[in-house]
Design a protein around this ligand. Structure first.
Ligand code: FE
Length: 254
């Protein structure tokens, strides 16, 4: 490389060049090294970024459909209504009742059907058998008649057969204002294992249900029937119009 001659002019150029370099370095100088700013304790970092809160939905609030109350069918009554009107119409004059204690309860047996029709006569066209008119009082423990007492009767027909599909030989009624009932029916036929009997449930308006049976005098099968109770024998008389029976119930009225 060819070097410049060291003339006075060249020396002056070199001197000026050095001076300018010094001035430029001084003026521009390297930026001072500063410490990085201390970490801001509240600075947001990836670790403590709060979860994004979803904006409130703007979807319209759909109100729940209004449920209409189901149409409930009237429950099937298995007990008599408290305000039942008496239905018994007693034709015969009844002797004054003699109360000798509560009527014994008896087994219901296998042939009870609830919700019987309200009627005082169980006789229907075409039936066979001996007509029976059964009457009497329903009395409380103090021997006082109870009006509006529910009585539900069921029995075998004259041939000893129960209707377990329908309501033949089944029916309920309510005592009249004098506490009397009257049932028109036929003598129940005999069936194996039992003597002649009529089943009954009796209930005062606010009392418990008495389940019992009514029997008849002079029946040979009475002595062979383990359920039979002579306290439940009706007073029976034969008339030109058939057989009339009387039986008074004495029950707990409350
Ligand atoms: Fe029976």
């Amino acid at each position: 490389m060819r070097r410049a001659k060291a003339t006075p002019q060249n020396r002056l150029k070199v001197w000026y060049g050095s001076l300018i370099s010094v001035l430029l370095l001084t003026a521009c100088g390297a930026a001072p090294i500063t410490q990085p700013p201390a970490a801001n304790p509240t600075a947001t970092t990836a670790a403590n970024v709060p979860p994004r809160v979803a904006p409130p939905t703007t979807a319209p609030i759909v109100s729940a459909p209004t449920m209409s109350a189901p149409t409930a069918s009237a429950p099937t009554a298995t007990q008599p209504p408290a305000t039942a009107a008496p239905t018994a119409t007693v034709e015969a004059a009844l002797p004054a009742p003699q109360c000798t204690g509560l009527t014994p309860a008896q087994t219901e047996g296998p042939y009870y059907t609830p919700d019987t029709p309200e009627r005082t006569s169980l006789i229907e066209p075409g039936m066979t058998g001996t007509k029976l008119l059964l009457t009497g009082f329903v009395l409380d423990a103090n021997c006082q008649p109870i009006a509006n007492t529910w009585l539900d009767f069921w029995q075998a027909d004259g041939e000893g057969e129960y209707d377990n599909a329908g309501y033949v030989m089944r029916g309920h009624q309510f005592t009249d204002a004098a506490g009397r009932y009257q049932l028109e029916t036929v003598f129940p036929g005999l069936y194996p294992g039992r003597t002649r009997h009529i089943h009954v449930k009796v209930q005062a308006p606010n009392g418990p249900v008495l389940t019992s049976q009514i029997y008849f005098p002079g029946e040979a099968a009475n002595a062979r029937d383990g359920i039979f109770d002579e306290a439940l024998i009706a007073d029976v008389q034969t008339t030109a119009d058939g057989v009339r029976g009387t039986f008074n119930f004495v029950i707990n009225a409350q």
